[in-house]
Design a protein around this ligand. Sequence first.
Ligand SMILES: [Fe+2]
Length: 477
Amino acid sequence: MILRLFQKNPAFALLFLVAFVACKKNDPIVTPKNDEIVKTGNLNLNEILGRPTNTSVTINILFDQPEEVYWEIGTSSGVYKLKTNIYTSLKGVPTLADFTNLSQNTKYYYRTRYRTSGSNDQFVAGAEHTFHTQRNQGESFVFTVESDPHPYDKKGCHNLWLLTLQNQLKDNPDFMFDLGDTFGDDHNASTITSDEVKQLHLNDRAYFGAVCHSMPLFFCLGNHEGESGYYLLQSPPDNLAVYGNIWRNYYYPNPYPDGFYTGNLMIEGNPVGKPENYYSWKWGDALFVVIDVYRYASSGEKPEKWDFTLGKVQYDWLKSTLENTSSKYKFVFAHHVRGQGRGGITNAKFYEWGGYEENNNSYTFDTNRPGWGKPIQQLFKDNHVNIFFQGHDHLFAHEVLDGITYQEVPMPGDSTYILGKTANGAAYTSDVIDGSGYIRVTVSPLNIKTEYIQSYLPKDENGTQKNRMTSFSYTLN
Ligand SMILES: [Fe+2]
């Protein structure tokens, strides 16, 4: 039967072959074990920064044994004038601490001090790490975007993902985005247990923990996180979506509305609480808006056509966020236009995103979304969104619709370097490039520079393929 499928569809056969060869060719694909959280980065701790503001940042630290811990913080390397309280951290249980009373627009240096709980030992000093508080208007800065690491299946090569993360750190970004398909909770959607979902989230600490000690992480939900409206309805609260949300929040500090960030005000009660799924903030001259294209569509596992929705509450928040900002630049992030399907601007014209019917091109937004006003693409256009970033299709593609850049973000760890382009390249209309890597964005008062930085494993480098090479770039003035 597979043979017949191959005969009918040579492209599928090629893809299958590539995936098969890639798996053979890859360095051994390892599944990180619990104890690997301690082998990447420092010896026995794993730090992830999140929620940077004008006066604070949050650290989520994980130890492999009970520790007492505090942090030293300063504005010059090696000189730490600030000190936090001492926290008690249990084995394998994240400890959250906020570094507060910081100065705006400032680079900070910090190090973790820790000792075995209950001992009188000296506090050991961890390596010095850094972060930056909110930039003032007129300040230049860098941020990076990756999507679809897929470490939980054959598509994601762990070594290459780690290399791409390390490449991002070398750019000294103020923060990084991961646009989802990162935890892979939905592969056994109806039978997966909370413990299994927990393990999937813990596994990725080895990778994010290697770099996010100095590069705060912003996470955007993908379809394979399983935090969808459909799964939320399956025997609540014992379902994939609830498990995913709990363990994501547990290991990865995403923003929630707090005066600096705006976002989802809904508190979903026990056991989820604040979903931390959509949010926005200002940094320098830019407005950042991360949306969730999965939680509020519940018609099935893959809602299509008008069944896809941001939900009225999120839509109204997005509209007011875009309409009421004074920021010069505006960036919006989602896993994919309308959550499912393939392609960028061709999808953006239809249904809730664009307002038109796909089959006859008639405009039916007001009938299907009475009282909403305008589709998402029109919101973007009227409010001069500069770049919409998405992943899902596993390749680099750059398109423009109504003056808005649609930037498809490549996989960070596809060691075949061609999976996404082979499978989904035809769904894009311009500037389609294969390879693995991430997007580096440099925001300055004069312009926005966007670059595709490719990653190559040492064994795959040659005269034309170099790790950290820029293979495409454009500037928006
Ligand atoms: Fe994906």
